[in-house]
Design a protein around this ligand. Structure first.
Ligand code: ADP
Ligand code: TRP
Length: 319
């Protein structure tokens, strides 16, 4: 089974990305033939600064490697290193009804968040379909917001196969329902568009400031409190053991346990998990040629799979 996922390098990765996407990918690493790519073409729909895009691309790769991506088990590559993707995107474009893209929610959502209404943003699901189909993926782990894009991908694969013969597999989305929506420092969904994120590797003092600043109600320290639904407790659940979580819940319910205490426990639990990753990341970052080698080896392995399929596609479409 081939598993493929793509991550946009459009900002620093945060706790929501880690628990909502990265962690389940690391778990899947043991279960199939894995591909993970950094969707730098997709990120151009929002990033308009070359140096920033390059830095964010490198940061995503470092973050994944530091937190557990094993380049032996998972082929990691940059989208732009596999030119077959762009070529296929054009062939698919010529089969894509305008109405199909007009129905995509994410385009409208992104305009509502202030992104420019460009052709690239509108056509983004076609490029995503090309990413998936050229790699012959069976399973695509994504967040709920991407479900419709997987439907578009299947639809385009079917249209292509109807027109030119059975060339593409129809991939399935893998959307773990068990993954909770991780709250941000203001209690809303953690998202870079809401400016409420805690980044995986921002400086320790800045993480402390953000954790201590998580919004709570104004109950006094003495008052008993219901932990469920409280952002600090919900975040703590991600980092702590079952026993530790129980302990925090009963302390909250008993009273004489303030939000400040819980924030300190959360911060300690973050450090316990992430300090070793931070150390690994620093080592990796100090050796840029090693990162480059990993990415170019990934691109080679990805193209080894994409190139023969592209040959078939070209021959079928008459190019
Ligand atoms: P952002 O909302 O910060 O722009 P992205 O949309 O780039 O984040 O997130 C990439 C993936 O990370 C999403 O598809 C989703 O799987 C996961 N993710 C992001 N934020 C959260 C969150 N708050 N809770 C759960 N998963 C999240
Ligand atoms: N659109 C995805 C997101 O914003 C990123 C992405 C691009 C992707 N191409 C993909 C994900 C192919 C999975 C497969 O999160």
């Amino acid at each position: 089974m081939r598993i493929l996922t793509g991550i946009q390098p459009s900002g620093k990765l945060h706790w929501g990305n880690y628990f909502g996407a990265m962690k389940s990918m690391f778990d899947l690493q043991e279960k199939g033939e894995n591909f993970m790519f950094i969707a730098n073409y997709h990120a151009m729909t929002s990033v308009r600064d070359g140096a920033k895009l390059r830095e964010a691309t490198r940061d995503v790769a470092l973050d994944y490697l530091a937190c557990g991506l094993d380049p032996e088990k998972t082929v990691m590559y940059r989208q732009s290193d596999v030119p077959e993707v762009q070529e296929l995107a054009w062939y698919l474009s010529c089969l894509t009804p305008m109405g199909l893209l007009e129905r995509c929610h994410s385009y409208k959502d992104k305009l509502a968040h202030g992104l420019d209404a460009t052709h690239g943003l509108f056509a983004y699901p076609v490029l995503m379909a090309a990413d998936i189909l050229i790699m012959n993926a069976d399973l695509v782990p994504v967040g709920k917001d991407q479900k419709q894009h997987l439907e578009v991908t299947r639809d385009l694969a079917q249209k292509f196969n109807n027109a030119y013969g059975e060339i593409f597999k129809l991939p399935d989305a893998y959307i773990p329902e068990t993954v909770a929506t991780i709250p941000g420092t203001d209690g809303q969904k953690m998202s870079k568009s809401y400016h409420n994120t805690i980044e995986l590797f921002e400086p320790a003092n800045s993480i402390k400031k953000k954790v201590m600043g998580i919004v709570t109600d104004s109950k006094t320290m003495e008052e008993p409190k219901e932990p469920e639904g409280n952002s600090i407790y919900e975040l703590y659940k991600l980092f702590a053991t079952g026993e530790e979580v129980e302990e925090m819940a009963s302390s909250f319910r008993a009273g004489n346990y303030g939000y400040g205490h819980a924030k300190k426990a959360l911060l300690a639990a973050y450090h316990r998990l992430f300090d070793p990753y931070r150390e690994k990341r620093e080592k990796l970052a100090a050796d840029p040629s090693m990162l480059e080698d990993i990415l170019s080896d990934g691109a080679k392995r990805a193209r080894k799979s994409a190139a023969p399929l592209m040959e078939k596609v070209r021959s079928a479409v008459g190019i």
